[in-house]
Ligand binder design. Structure first.
Ligand code: TIU
Length: 228
């Protein structure tokens, strides 16, 4: 076990039973012309998470931590897209429409892919998810069960939407989640702060909140046996 300073109290990381889960660091969310912009957002607000995530990803790879990435998106025939989601927002552009990075939020299109700075390497599963949470209609539960995972370090975008939904889903499945504040971001800075507070409030009702520096320091430490 490695202790990571966190809110509401320290997180006891068991690196053998933990994974880093990076949520939706896709061009569609952080670059102009994609889904985030189509919803009327200033996508530059999400870019603060990239540099801390690059450092964290390097440290996690160095430490041999299991790493997974998710991508929100839909099959090219949109058969996995609920009509309710397609029309939500009533914007001029929506999911499946063609933008400067290809069809918005469609698997295989340039905008749907993960940004180059955080691109997955061999051995890091990429989980395509049609919803906001990473458990709905994905193989994540199977991967967690096969590997005997009990903890997730959850990062990515956006804090109050896909990160929060995933943390809530994981919490209900008995998975402990540590969310790193500077490795997540929102189009709404006040929502980011509130979302993190919601996780750690009430004695850690959904999980724990820490930051990349604390996690990176912990990943560099040799783990103590779990029963010490
Ligand atoms: N709109 C928004 O804040 N987020 C999403 O639609 N998806 C994710 O959070 N990935």
């Amino acid at each position: 076990m490695v202790q990571i300073p966190a809110q509401p109290y320290e997180f006891a990381l068991d690196p053998d039973k933990a994974a880093l889960l990076i949520i939706d660091m896709q061009r569609d969310f952080v670059e102009p012309g994609g889904f985030g912009a189509a919803l009327g957002n200033d996508v530059s607000l999400l870019r603060s998470a990239i540099a801390p995530l690059e450092a964290l990803l390097a440290a996690a790879r160095q430490a041999g931590l299991f790493i997974m990435h998710t991508r929100e998106g839909h099959k090219p025939d949109l058969s996995d897209l609920h009509e309710t989601k397609r029309i939500r927002g009533r914007g001029a552009m929506t999911i499946g429409d063609r933008g400067p990075m290809g069809r918005i939020l469609v698997i295989g299109e340039p905008g749907h892919d993960i940004i180059p700075e955080l691109y997955p390497v061999a051995g890091e599963p990429v989980i395509d998810k049609p919803g906001k949470g990473a458990f709905y209609n994905t193989e994540l539960s199977d991967i967690i069960a096969e590997r005997g995972l009990t903890q997730l370090i959850v990062c990515g975008v956006t804090t109050e939407v896909c990160v929060h939904t995933t943390v809530r889903e994981a919490n209900d499945r008995g998975i402990e989640c540590l969310v790193l504040s500077d490795c997540t971001a929102s189009y709404f800075p006040d929502f980011h702060v509130a979302a993190l507070r919601m996780i750690a409030a009430q004695g850690g009702i959904f999980g724990w909140v820490s930051d990349s520096q604390s996690a990176i320091a912990a990943l560099a430490e040799p783990a103590e046996p779990a029963d010490s």
